[in-house]
Design a protein around this ligand. Structure first.
Ligand code: SAM
Length: 285
């Protein structure tokens, strides 16, 4: 492997060489501490045969480490200045760069396109802060098999993943990630290991898909969960009637599941949503 890209010296040299300066609108804060990208790559990849998908490679601080550990890395980047830099500076036969807004990517189709039979698929990213939540929703809603997701995010956003029912931060994403994954913290990351330095610290979390639940028509379950949280101040009954477009049906569904009509969605645990869905499957689907 060439010299690490994740140093302030190399980052500035690359920026000078290609005349690319960081764009705030793309959430560009590059990692400048080699140990951090090594640890993320070590956690993200369990075996070189895994298909690794990175979101937002930037100038390649993490990508370089991924390419050293996997035979196939696909990196989706929105900024048209980056693919040329990545190919020139990393020069790895393992790397494929796709110039595309990840929010427009059909993740199921891309996995079908690139994944070899029985090949585990892993995602990793130093996430652009401004789209952390939509990217994670997108990955948790993917139907094709994913093994694990290892992502860096703003510390406060990371703390929300630990929210329990009745906590202020508990929301649809809390229910949906638990339905799909187990989650643990890989490490805390100081704001001082980024260029430019953001005004928040970060955390790296890992989500391991557990395949514990197998609901029929899973996408309907996920959209029902989202529907129950649409208006946080309203009761689950109010939200469910809007989602189902039927007041009486919403009442019957909640009664059948043993959930009081004046409950709020953020008081309900994952098992409550699963029960609500399962006992009313015929009416909801
Ligand atoms: N991975 C690099 C690192 O760790 O140093 C860069 C991380 S930087 C926080 C986020 C990267 O995501 C930037 O390169 C940015 O251009 C890219 N990005 C932002 N929005 C994106 C999107 N919608 N789709 C794909 N990439 C995006």
């Amino acid at each position: 492997m060439n010299d690490p890209i994740a140093t302030i010296k190399r980052t500035k040299a690359i920026q000078d060489k290609y005349q690319v300066f960081t764009k705030k609108s793309y959430g560009q804060n590059f990692i400048i501490e080699p140990r951090i990208v090594e640890k993320i790559a070590e956690a993200a990849i369990a075996d070189p045969s895994e298909l690794v998908i990175e979101i937002g490679p930037g100038i390649g601080a993490l990508t370089q480490q991924l390419c050293a550990r996997s035979q196939h890395v696909i990196a989706y980047e929105i900024d048209p200045r980056m693919p040329n830099i990545l190919q020139n500076e990393i020069q790895s036969p393992h790397l494929e760069v796709v110039l595309q807004d990840f929010l427009d990517v059909d993740v199921d189709e891309e996995i079908k396109k690139y994944r070899k039979e029985n090949q585990p698929v892993v995602f990793t990213s130093n996430l652009p802060y401004y789209i952390t939540t939509p990217i994670l929703f997108k990955l948790f809603e993917t139907k094709e098999p994913i093994e694990r997701i290892t992502v860096m995010m703003q510390k406060e956003v990371g703390q929300r993943f630990m929210a329990q029912p009745s906590d202020k931060e508990y929301n649809a994403l809390s229910v949906i990630w638990q339905y799909k994954c187990d989650c643990h913290k890989v490490m805390d990351v100081s704001r001082h290991v980024f260029w430019p330095s953001p005004n928040v610290d970060s955390v790296v979390l890992q989500f391991n898909f557990h395949h514990r639940y197998h609901l029929l028509n899973e996408s309907v379950f996920l959209s029902m969960v989202k529907g129950c949280f649409v208006q946080r101040r309203k009761t689950i009954y109010n939200n469910l009637q809007s989602y189902l477009q039927d007041k009486e049906l919403a009442k019957t569904c909640l009664e059948k599941a043993g959930i009081a009509l004046n409950t709020r969605a953020q008081q309900c645990a994952l098992n409550d949503f699963i029960r609500l869905y399962e006992v009313n499957y015929e009416s909801i689907c």
